[in-house]
Design a protein around this ligand. Structure first.
Ligand SMILES: Nc1ncnc2c1ncn2[C@@H]1O[C@H](COP(=O)(O)OP(=O)(O)OP(=O)(O)O)[C@@H](O)[C@H]1O
Ligand SMILES: [Mg+2]
Length: 219
């Protein structure tokens, strides 16, 4: 299968602090891959390197397609409606209004937030805001979505809802995904494969594929 992301023996240090210690991971075309590991082991750093926001010190990073990065604390601008927030990147890219509208409504439809498009972020739930930040990436038509802790702070039904939207994005748009989360039970439901990292300096402790065994619950 063709890879979308291939990271080989990646090393990242901050000053003298070794964070990522020869990490190798791969995301193939159409796959949904999970990444778990303790706080501070470098998961966000890895996603930042993949999206070009940070440089690696050693190793090879190959990315075969465009990346959308939904960050851990992805903040919607309070003075724009959800629609205004979602179309912001398209406006910067000088995409004409008609095309912008088409992409915004398609993304909103997939994520189930069409009825909230004219609302301001403070007037919608955390789950809806999270979906809006995913829509903001989706309208840029990425081949790969990097999602950093997408379930955090959401209640059970919002998470279930979000999971369904992510499955649709994968199925309808063929977007490959790398999802970082501490909620292993949620990752198990949606991913094809999960990489488990050790504490810092982090290495890949193991990589498990579907169907998942009981051992994964005590990573
Ligand atoms: N720009 C930076 N400068 C210095 N140190 C940094 C920088 N960014 C991250 N670090 C350090 O790198 C380590 C990994 O941080 P990172 O945020 O990637 O961890 P994480 O696995 O995402 O943690 P969490 O589960 O809490 O989100 C931490 O020790 C952090 O303090
Ligand atoms: Mg993080």
């Amino acid at each position: 299968m063709a890879y979308m992301i291939r990271v080989s023996r990646l090393v990242k240090r901050f000053g003298g602090d070794l964070v990522l210690d020869h990490i190798s991971i791969e995301v193939d075309n159409g796959e949904i891959v999970g990444l778990v590991g303790p706080n501070g082991c470098g998961k966000t750093t890895l996603l930042r390197i993949l999206s070009g926001l940070e440089d690696a010190d050693e190793g090879i990073v190959e990315v075969n397609g465009s990346i959308g990065f939904v960050t851990q604390d992805d903040i919607l601008l309070p003075w724009f409606t959800l629609k205004g927030n979602i179309e912001l990147g398209l406006k910067f890219g000088n995409v004409p209004k008609e095309e912008r509208d088409r992409r915004v409504y398609e993304a909103a439809e997939i994520l189930g937030i069409t009825e909230y498009l004219d609302k301001y972020p403070r007037h919608v739930s955390g789950g809806t805001a999270r979906k809006a930040s995913i829509a903001r990436s989706l309208v840029l038509e990425p081949d790969i979505l990097l999602l950093d802790e997408p379930y955090s702070g959401l209640d059970t039904s919002s998470i279930e809802n979000l999971q369904e939207a992510l499955r649709t994005i994968s199925r309808v748009r063929g977007v490959s995904m790398l999802i970082v989360s501490h909620q292993v039970d949620e990752l198990i439901k949606i991913t094809d494969r999960i990489y488990i990292l050790t504490p810092k300096p982090s290495r890949v402790r193991k990589c498990v594929s579907k169907p998942y065994g009981i051992s994964l619950w005590r990573y």
